[in-house]
Design a protein around this ligand. Sequence first.
Ligand SMILES: NC(=O)c1ccc[n+]([C@@H]2O[C@H](COP(=O)([O-])OP(=O)(O)OC[C@H]3O[C@@H](n4cnc5c(N)ncnc54)[C@H](OP(=O)(O)O)[C@@H]3O)[C@@H](O)[C@H]2O)c1
Length: 284
Amino acid sequence: MSVSIPLRALSSGYNIPAIGLGVYQSADAETIVYEALKKGYRLVDTAQEYGNEAATCRGISKFLKETGTNRREVFYTTKLDDATGGYEGTMQLAEARLAEARKGGIDYIDLLLIHAPFSKSPYTETRLAAWKALTELVDGGAIRSIGVSNYGVKHLKEFWDADVKYKPVLNQVESSPWNVRQDIHDFCKSHNVIVEQYSPLCRGNRFKEPGVLKLADKYKKTPAQILIRWSLDKGMLPIPKTDNVDRLSPNLDVFDFNLTPQEVEDLQDLNSYTCYEWDPTVTK
Ligand SMILES: NC(=O)c1ccc[n+]([C@@H]2O[C@H](COP(=O)([O-])OP(=O)(O)OC[C@H]3O[C@@H](n4cnc5c(N)ncnc54)[C@H](OP(=O)(O)O)[C@@H]3O)[C@@H](O)[C@H]2O)c1
């Protein structure tokens, strides 16, 4: 059964689905993306780093063709590695992302992110030069919205200090009850930047937490659904990954209940700072 996913407004004027599918380390991105779209997913998240952009786009194209769905109903996100290339290098990486998408039959990117704030001296200037390349591509029309990933508050502030033409529409970060990063939430909220949450299931490592099990019992939901609901009720946009077709629908079946603000808070361990992947938010 296909479900209808709420939309959220980006500062670029476009809408983004409130939950998506991540395809990092997916064994067969084309198939899982196609199956996910059939089950109601409308947002897919990939990256240069994942090596599966064309396969992801083939999954989208197949779905659009077979179902007669309009391209604008599906939201395609990818990322270029980092900002070290400044203006020239970033322009090349972005063009390569478009070329990969075209290989899979997709001719524009809904959202292009800089995967990490890694830069080179002079760090801020290099990051802003990289960003300028992306703003020009937005003006060219092949990329609709631009954003960042793994940016700490220090990196985010640079956009507002420099008064760039387009601000990042979202920041994709790891933020779990065991690594909340409230400073990033606060900055993003006050600057109209959506926090998109990666590794929302903590890679399967937190399903047995007593607080999670208690809520699962109360709401008659699985631990995975409780973690995804925590993300939504924290104000984030989660992108859980699964390679398992049978888990696609359950991971979307989270719109018939809410955690209370107290439950969202109670699940958080503010003394913990566990990263399941990497931590570029603290880079220079
Ligand atoms: N920007 C960044 O730096 C960054 C970093 C990491 C990730 N990401 C993005 O975020 C996405 C999600 O994060 P993630 O892949 O790190 O991890 P995740 O979504 O937290 O967890 C994925 C793991 O949970 C399992 N799983 C999924 N649904 C489940 C369910 N209902 N019950 C039990 N287990 C379940 C999956 O196994 P099966 O596949 O076997 O179901 C997989 O092992 C990535 O795919 C990627 O798009 C971005």
